[in-house]
Design a protein around this ligand. Structure first.
Ligand SMILES: Nc1nc2c(ncn2[C@@H]2O[C@H](COP(=O)(O)OP(=O)(O)OP(=O)(O)O)[C@@H](O)[C@H]2O)c(=O)[nH]1
Ligand SMILES: [Mg+2]
Length: 234
């Protein structure tokens, strides 16, 4: 089973080398860093650490994830994580095994209060919590987070054709999976303080903008999937 990690990265030269090395040591077959138009040395540092570097000049977390998925057509299992060294990857092996053994199609590394070390600012914790509640309420599937760290069955991921090109990408993936009855498993994990400069969570205003865009995505995908269900069941 070929396991590929996709790491979207925009100006993460301080963190990306360590992130790639940790994944290589963990035995991931291929690490793809999607350089999202960085103006620093992210691409060179990522390549030197042992990753394949894919360039996606169009900015946006989703645009970067889509380029990564396109670059890994043969992946049986795909792992997504941020390139800012915030992820605590303790349960990575368990998450990959759960998908490999067919126990779930989507394994989420959820950030909860009880999952140990937690370096998220209050506004990010609150925002994540509200968005996860919205997704849970609409889909009927209990979700405690819409996290950056996730492991997905490759064929399922490609069939979903997740299209959001900005921060709604993860919300679209999870909402679609929940609405289609895919097995989703949550694995609590901690977070570390990010390396390099914060682009989102450090600013309350930016958090609100991103949070609103994610909420709109959840509602859009829920409506789409509900419409598909109606068409399929006469
Ligand atoms: N902000 C941002 N991040 C991107 C973009 N493209 C790729 N990324 C990467 O996506 C991952 C998540 O973005 P982050 O900036 O860490 O977002 P966050 O964790 O919500 O907030 P901060 O860590 O406070 O910046 C990181 O690895 C980024 O380098 C983009 O267009 N904007
Ligand atoms: Mg971050």
């Amino acid at each position: 089973m070929r396991v590929v990690a996709i790491v979207p990265a925009l100006n993460e030269e301080e963190a990306i080398g360590g992130v790639v090395r940790d994944l290589v040591v963990a035995g991931i077959h291929e690490v793809i860093v999607v350089d999202n138009g960085s103006t620093d040395n992210t691409a060179a540092v990522a390549a030197a650490a042992g990753s394949t570097v894919v360039s996606q000049p169009e900015r946006g977390y989703g645009a970067a994830c889509i380029a990564g998925v396109d670059a890994a057509p043969g992946a049986d299992i795909v792992l997504f994580l941020d390139g800012d060294a915030t992820e605590v990857m303790g349960d990575l092996r368990d998450m990959i095994c759960a998908v490999a053994q067919g126990k779930c199609k989507l394994a989420l590394g959820v950030r909860t209060r009880r999952s140990g070390r937690n370096a998220m600012p209050w506004q990010q914790r609150l925002g994540n919590n509200l968005l996860a509640r919205l997704a849970s309420r609409l889909t009927g599937v209990k979700l405690t987070d819409l996290p950056s760290l996730k492991v997905v069955d490759g064929a399922t991921l490609r069939a979903f054709d997740v299209r959001d090109r900005r921060y709604g990408w993860t919300a679209e993936l999870i909402t679609r999976a929940a609405m289609r009855g895919c097995a989703i498993a949550e694995f609590p994990r901690g977070t570390k303080p990010r390396k390099g400069q914060s682009k989102v969570t450090g600013s309350v205003r930016r958090n609100l903008r991103v949070g609103w865009a994610i909420a709109v995505t959840i509602v859009r995908v829920w409506k789409e999937e509900r419409g598909n269900r109606r068409v399929e069941s006469p």
